[in-house]
Design a protein around this ligand. Structure first.
Ligand code: PHE
Ligand code: FE
Length: 287
């Protein structure tokens, strides 16, 4: 996906950050956060990695209302050196990577409207903050996110952002992990979605495939529906090791001569944890 040239919105700083302007949230907006929060917090224990629940706890995200980024960043900074900063919307790739490389997580400041409770394509503050921030309190995951930012700057120079973006998608956004024989959720796109928190783990439709860096970087993804394949890591340590200790430059070059894989494809070389029926998708493809 070539990113179209984005123009810096009026009022945004050179690095595209804006003030969160926390005091301007309305009571309805805070209530929307609480509603979304309560629904996920009731459903996630036992489904999500315990590290995520620990993050909510140590960051005091369990207290009601939309989090104030200043307060949140203060707690987070003490734990792992990360901060949360507000941006008006999508930021250019290089800036996004630069923020990550400097341990700044960019988050939208707006919250979804009542008619968007179950689905919106654009990330709002609930996705960005509830979904992403708790794991930034985990030292290993925090290191992975920074390394990803540095890797992004490098990939940009090598013309390989599309391949690297798939790694973000299938780990940071839609990753599953195996812990003590059970599959658990950790991807922000899943844990911030009521429907996908069930689908990703329990539904027979999607594939669940053992993490394989090279394979995953060939795999296209859907941005407007539940995923057709999820990739399962063994641990955050393993994910960090495999990505940091690997020089991606030769990998990118190799991938140039290989065809992309469709989201639902399975290969003989895959470690198939669950072979999806893809029944969910078939219902969608009917006329
Ligand atoms: N090792 C990768 C490279 O050589 C950088 C990277 C690290 C990318 C961690 C993603 C995550 O480009
Ligand atoms: Fe996200």
């Amino acid at each position: 996906m070539e990113q179209k040239i984005l123009e810096r919105p009026a009022g945004a700083a050179e690095d595209w950050t804006i003030p969160q302007d926390w005091t301007s949230y309305t009571a309805d907006e805070h209530a929307m956060w609480d509603h979304l929060f309560d629904r996920q917090a009731a459903m996630l224990p036992g489904r999500v990695v315990p590290e995520f629940m620990d993050g909510l706890d140590v960051l005091r995200m369990t207290k009601p209302g939309i989090p104030d980024f200043e307060e949140l960043s203060e707690r987070l900074y003490k734990l792992t050196g990360w901060q949360v900063v507000a941006v008006p919307g999508l930021v250019p790739d290089r800036l996004f990577f630069e923020h990550l490389a400097n341990r700044r997580f960019v988050a939208g400041r707006f919250i979804r409207r009542p008619d968007q409770i179950d689905y919106l394509q654009e990330p709002d503050i609930f996705h960005d903050v509830f979904g992403h921030v708790p794991l930034l309190a985990n030292p290993v995951f925090a290191d992975y996110m920074q390394a990803y930012g540095e890797g992004g700057l490098r990939a940009d120079g090598l013309g390989a952002i599309d391949n690297l973006a798939r790694l973000y998608w299938y780990t940071v956004e839609f990753g599953l992990i195996r812990q003590g024989g059970d599959l658990k959720l950790y991807g922000a796109g899943i844990v911030s979605s009521y429907g996908e928190s069930v689908f990703a783990l329990d539904d027979p439709s999607p594939n669940r495939i053992g993490f394989d860096l090279r394979r995953l970087m060939r795999t296209r993804y859907k941005i407007d529906d539940y995923q057709q394949s999820y990739f399962v890591i063994d641990s955050f340590e393993d994910l960090l090791r495999q990505t940091v200790e690997n020089d991606f430059a030769p990998l990118y070059r190799e991938l140039e001569s290989q065809s992309d894989l469709a989201p639902a494809d399975l290969l003989d070389s895959d470690t198939v944890i669950h072979q999806g029926t893809q029944a969910y998708n078939r219902t969608k493809e009917l006329p």
